[in-house]
Every structure is written in structure tokens, then in C-alpha cells.
Design a protein around this ligand. Structure first.
Ligand SMILES: [Zn+2]
Length: 136
């Protein structure tokens, strides 16, 4: 049923005001951003509000899940990820920030210790050389 002019519903129950659009109470701020290095939409910003410096700034980690770009910043506590990102982007483009590339492979240590078993010990049949010959 269509409300052409909002008149249709008046017959049933009188409302003080037309129902406001409640589908999105607050606009969700983005937390994933485009990477200035590789262009992938894979940059996440981690604001660590419990890590604070003498100036009252909090520690923010900027990281690309695609190319491994990694940078750290100190930002005001009120910053949202999008603020951190735009500040990072400026600094990055102007060469004012140090960054490095952190590869995912490095995450072995703690997780392996926690699991207590080495899963890799049992791996077999990893040879797929035959596929090369079959594709013509
Ligand atoms: Zn990237």
C-alpha cells in the first residue's frame, strides 16, 4: 500500500506526526578505508584509548589488510577512525609519517603457543605440479 500524500493512514489512527525515518538512527561512520599505497579498501584504524601519552593523546594504529601498510599515530581521544584516517592520509601523502609494511605471516607466535599443537606436522600431498601440464 502506498502513501501518496500521507493521507491514507489517517483513517485508522491519528498520529501526531508522520513516522520519522528510523531505518538508520545514526549514520554509521566508516571504519574501513582505502589504502593510499595499494588502493584496496582494506585499511583499518585501531584506536587504543588505554594507551595514552603525556599530552593526553591516544595511540592509533593504521593498517592495511591487503599490502600490510602499517603506521602509528597519536591522536586526540575524540577522534573517530575516519578522523585518524584522514589525518594519516594527509601525513602519508606529504611524507610526514613513518610507516612500514607488516606481513601477515608474522602472526604465528602467540596463536601457535595457545593451540599447543603443531598442525603443520601432518601435511601431505601438497604437490600440485601436475596441474601445470594439464592446462592447455
Ligand atoms: Zn594497502
Amino acid at each position: 500500500m502506498m502513501e501518496l500524500d500521507g493521507v491514507v493512514e489517517l483513517g485508522r489512527r491519528r498520529r501526531k506526526f508522520r513516522k520519522p525515518l528510523l531505518t538508520r538512527p545514526l549514520r554509521t561512520l566508516p571504519t574501513i578505508f582505502e589504502c593510499p599505497h595499494c588502493g584496496a579498501r582494506a585499511v583499518s584504524v585501531d584506536i587504543r584509548k588505554n594507551e595514552r601519552n603525556e599530552q593526553g593523546l591516544v595511540h592509533a594504529i593504521i593498517r592495511c589488510g591487503n599490502c600490510g601498510l602499517y603506521a602509528e599515530m597519536w591522536v586526540p581521544e575524540i577522534y573517530h577512525p575516519v578522523d585518524v584516517y584522514s589525518k594519516f592520509l594527509d601525513a602519508y601523502l606529504e611524507g610526514r609519517i613513518e610507516y612500514k609494511f607488516v606481513k601477515e605471516e608474522k602472526k604465528v607466535s602467540l596463536e601457535e603457543l595457545a593451540s599447543g599443537e603443531s598442525i603443520d606436522a601432518n601435511r601431505e600431498g601438497g604437490e600440485r605440479a601436475e596441474e601445470e601440464a594439464e592446462e592447455w
